[in-house]
Design a protein around this ligand. Structure first.
Ligand SMILES: Nc1ncnc2c1ncn2[C@@H]1O[C@H](COP(=O)(O)OP(=O)(O)OP(=O)(O)O)[C@@H](O)[C@H]1O
Ligand SMILES: [Cu+]
Ligand SMILES: [Mg+2]
Length: 668
C-alpha cells in the first residue's frame, strides 16, 4: 500500500514496524512447510501420509532452519526491540515459543544422531513450521487491517471541505484535490471559502480570517500582492492567489495531524493487548519452568521434562490476542467513516458509555443555521431600513457566522451594494465590531446591551424574540440604531434524537448564545427542559465544568467558534461537520453529515466497539488461560496432555473467532 504522506504506518512502539513483506514471507514459508509435514512425524506420531527415507531428516532440518531464520526473523527482531525497551510483549512471547521449539528440535536431532534408538527427545520441526506460518499470516492480516484503517482516516479527512479551484492560463477553472495542487498554480477562492494553500494574492481584495492559523479571531484586510496563509478563511471578496507553498500549513498538515493523532491513539489502544501479552509472557515463563521442575521430579527424565516445558512455551503464543484490539479498532474506524462519523480521538469511544448529559448548542446543531431575515428596523431618523441592512452587511462580510450569511443573503436579494468595513473584529458570543465610512459600528446581541446598560426598545425585542427570532442589534458610535431579526428552522431529525437520548437516560441540555425567548421556543418544540441562554463562550465552558464537578460525564455538540472552549472541556467534544474549523479542531468526533441523528449513531458505534473489544480480549486470552495449564500437564493424571499441534489448532480457532467477531461489528 502506498502512503502518500510518507507517514510511518504505525505509532511509536507498534510492533509491526519494519516487519518487511509479510505476505511474501508467508507464502514462501507455506511452501517450505509442505515437505516438512510429509517428512517429519508429528509429536512422534507417524501419520498415514508421512514418508521418511534414508537421510530425509536432513532435509527437514535444513528446511526448518530456513523457516526459522527467514520466517521467524520479523518476530525475533520485534522481540529484540521490545526487550531493549524492557517491555516484553507479543513479539517476545512469540519469539520465546519459536526459539525454544527450534533449538530443542536441533538438540533432539543431534542426540538422535549421536545415540540412535536411545533418545526420548522428539523434534518439534512440524510444530515450528506451522507456528511460523500461522504467525506470519496473522500479522499480515493485522497489518492490512491497520493500514486500511489509516487509509480510512485519510478518506474521512477528505470529506471535510478541501479541494482547490485551479485557474488555467486560458481562464478556465478546474477543481483539483488538494494533494495535486502545486506551487505556481493560480487558485480562485470565493467568499467564505477556506484558502487551500499558502500564496500571494494576484487579483481581488478581501479580508481573511486567520484565527485558525494565528489564533487571533480577527479579519485582516488583504489586497493584490499580500500573502495569505493556507487554512485561513477568506472573508467577503473573491480572490485569485498564486500558490507559494502547499502541504506545510493548512489542509495537508491537518490531514497528517489527523492521521497522526489517530495512530497515536491506536498505539495506546493496542497497549492494552500488549499489557495482557506481557503478563502472559511472565505467566508462560513461570509455567514453563514449573513444568520442567515438576516433571523432572516426577518422571526423573530430562527429555520428558524438557518436552513439557517446550510445549508450554510454544503453546503460550498469544496470537488471537494480538488481533483482538486492532481488528475491532480498524473495523470501527472504517465503519464510522462510512457512516459519516470521524472519530479523531479513540478514547471518545470508551468514554461514550459513561455519558450522562449531552449539551447541545442551538444554532447549527439543533437548527439548520439557515437564517432568513424576517424584519429590519431602524431607530434612527436619518437612516432607513436599507441603510441599516447595508451597514450590517458591510460588517458581516467578514464573518462566517450563520447569522452573517442570513444578513448577506438579504442584502444581496435587495440588491444592496455593500462597502467593505475596516478593522473588523469578531467578538465570539457577542457579534462584530469595525469601522465603516468613518463611523464605529458594532453588531451585538441583546444580552450584550443589557450587560453594558445600553438603552434599546425592549418591547420590540420581546415581541420579536417571542416569535423565536434571533435578534442582532446594530450600534453606530455606541448608540443602538437598528436591528435585524432572523428566523431559523429546526433540523429534521432533531426531535427524534432528543427523544432517543431521553430513552437512554441521557439528559439533553441546550447551551446557546442566542436570546432566552428564541432558545425556549426551540427547546419547547424539541422537549428539552434544561436551557441555558444568552451565554458567552466562557459561560458554556463554565456550565460544562459545573456539571462535571457533580461527577457527570458530559458530551458537548457544537459548531461555532463560541463552542470551541466547551468542546475542548467536555469529556467528549463533537463538532458538526458543516461548522467552523475552530470547532472542528477542538473536537474529538466530527459528524461529517451535520445530522443530529448521527449523535445516536456515534453512541451506538461506541457501545458496540467497546463490547467487541472486551469480548475479543476474552476470546484471545481465554485460549491461553486454558491451554497453558493443560500444556504444563496439570491434568496429566487424568490422561489429558495438550500437544503443540492441538494447541496450534486451538490457537487458530480462537484467532478465527476473534476475527469474525471484529468483522461483525455494526452500528444499530
Ligand atoms: N455575526 C453575527 N451577526 C449578527 N449577530 C451576531 C453575530 N455573532 C453573534 N451575534 C449575536 O450574538 C448572539 C450570540 O452569538 P453566538 O454565536 O454566541 O450564538 P448563536 O450562534 O446565536 O447560538 P448558539 O450558541 O446556539 O450557536 C447571537 O444570537 C446574535 O444576537
Ligand atoms: Cu499464536
Ligand atoms: Mg452555534
Amino acid at each position: 500500500m502506498e502512503h502518500p504522506m510518507d507517514m510511518p504506518a504505525h505509532g511509536e512502539g507498534g510492533h509491526m514496524m519494519n516487519m518487511g513483506n509479510l505476505k511474501k514471507k508467508f507464502f514462501i514459508c507455506l511452501i517450505l512447510t509442505i515437505p516438512i509435514l510429509f517428512l517429519s512425524p508429528m509429536m512422534g506420531m507417524a501419520l498415514p501420509f508421512q514418508v521418511t527415507f534414508e537421510g530425509s531428516e536432513w532435509i527437514v532440518l535444513i528446511l526448518a532452519s530456513v523457516l526459522f531464520f527467514y520466517g521467524g526473523m520479523p518476530f525475533l527482531k520485534g522481540a529484540v526491540s521490545e526487550l531493549k525497551e524492557k517491555r516484553p510483549a507479543m513479539m517476545t512471547l512469540i519469539s520465546l515459543g519459536i526459539i525454544v521449539a527450534y533449538f530443542y528440535s536441533v538438540y533432539a536431532f543431534i542426540s538422535a544422531k549421536a545415540n540412535p534408538g536411545h533418545t526420548h527427545a522428539m523434534d518439534f520441526f512440524w510444530e515450528l513450521a506451522t507456528l511460523i506460518d500461522i504467525m506470519l499470516l496473522g500479522h499480515w492480516i493485522e497489518m492490512n487491517a491497520v493500514m486500511n484503517a489509516g487509509n480510512a482516516m485519510q478518506k474521512m479527512a477528505e470529506l471535510l471541505p478541501g479541494s482547490a479551484q485551479v485557474v488555467a492560463p486560458d481562464g478556465s477553472i478546474r477543481e483539483v484535490p488538494l494533494q495535486e495542487l502545486t506551487v505556481g498554480q493560480s487558485v480562485l477562492t470565493r467568499a467564505g471559502e477556506k484558502i487551500p494553500a499558502d500564496g500571494v494574492i494576484e487579483k481581488g481584495e478581501t479580508t481573511v480570517n486567520e484565527s485558525m492559523v494565528t489564533g487571533e479571531a480577527r479579519a485582516v484586510a488583504k489586497k493584490a500582492g499580500d500573502k495569505v496563509i493556507g487554512g485561513s478563511v477568506n472573508g467577503a471578496g473573491t480572490i485569485t492567489i498564486k500558490v507559494t507553498g502547499t502541504g506545510e500549513s493548512g489542509y495537508l498538515a491537518q490531514v497528517m495531524q489527523l492521521v497522526n493523532s489517530a495512530q497515536q491513539e491506536k498505539s495506546k489502544a493496542e497497549s492494552l493487548s500488549d499489557k495482557v501479552a506481557r503478563w502472559l509472557f511472565y505467566a508462560a515463563l513461570f509455567a514453563g519452568i514449573a513444568a520442567l521442575v515438576v516433571w523432572l521430579i516426577v518422571s526423573r527424565n530430562m527429555d520428558t521434562a524438557l518436552t513439557r516445558m517446550v510445549t508450554v512455551l510454544v503453546i503460550a503464543c498469544p496470537h488471537a490476542l494480538g488481533l483482538a484490539i486492532p481488528l475491532v479498532a480498524a473495523r470501527s474506524t472504517s465503519l464510522g467513516a462510512k457512516n459519516g462519523l470521524l472519530v479523531r480521538n479513540r478514547r471518545a469511544l470508551e468514554t461514550a458509555k459513561k455519558v450522562d448529559v449531552i449539551m447541545m448548542d442551538k444554532t447549527g446543531t439543533l437548527t439548520e443555521g439557515n437564517f432568513r431575515v424576517t424584519k429590519v428596523l431602524s431607530f434612527e431618523s436619518g437612516l432607513n431600513e436599507t441603510d441599516i441592512l447595508a451597514m450590517m452587511g458591510g460588517l458581516e462580510q467578514n464573518s462566517n457566522h450563520p447569522l452573517a450569511a442570513g444578513i448577506l443573503r438579504e442584502a444581496h436579494d435587495q440588491n444592496i451594494k455593500l462597502s467593505g468595513a475596516d478593522d473588523v473584529k469578531n467578538v465570539p458570543g457577542v457579534g462584530l465590531e469595525g469601522t465603516l465610512g468613518g463611523k464605529k459600528l458594532s453588531i451585538v446581541s441583546a444580552s450584550y446591551l443589557d450587560r453594558n446598560n445600553l438603552p434599546y426598545d425592549k418591547q420590540v425585542f420581546a415581541e420579536l424574540s417571542g416569535k423565536g427570532y434571533t435578534v442582532s442589534f446594530l450600534a453606530v458610535d455606541g448608540k443602538v440604531a437598528g436591528l435585524a431579526a432572523q428566523g431559523d428552522e429546526i433540523k429534521p431529525h432533531a426531535k427524534e434524537m432528543i427523544d432517543a437520548l431521553k430513552q437512554r437516560n441521557i439528559r439533553p441540555v441546550m447551551l446557546t448564545g442566542d436570546n432566552e425567548a428564541a432558545a425556549q421556543a426551540v427547546a419547547k418544540s424539541l422537549g428539552i427542559d434544561d436551557v441555558h441562554a444568552s451565554l458567552l463562550p466562557e459561560d458554556k465552558e463554565r456550565i460544562i465544568r459545573e456539571y462535571q464537578q457533580e461527577s457527570l460525564t458530559v458530551m458537548m455538540v457544537g459548531d461555532g467558534i463560541n463552542d470551541a472552549p466547551s468542546l475542548a472541556r467536555a469529556n467528549i467534544g463533537v463538532a458538526i461537520g458543516a461548522g467552523t474549523d475552530v470547532a472542528i479542531d477542538s473536537a474529538d468526533v466530527i459528524l461529517v453529515r451535520s445530522d443530529p441523528a448521527d449523535i445516536l449513531h456515534f453512541l451506538s458505534l461506541a457501545r458496540n466497539t467497546n463490547r467487541k473489544m472486551v469480548q475479543n480480549l476474552w476470546w484471545g486470552a481465554g485460549y491461553n488461560i486454558v491451554a497453558i495449564p493443560l500444556a504444563a500437564g496439570v491434568l496429566a493424571g487424568a490422561g489429558i496432555l495438550l500437544s503443540p499441534a492441538v494447541g496450534a489448532a486451538l490457537m487458530s480457532l480462537s484467532t478465527i473467532i476473534v476475527a469474525i467477531n471484529a468483522v461483525t461489528l455494526k452500528i444499530d
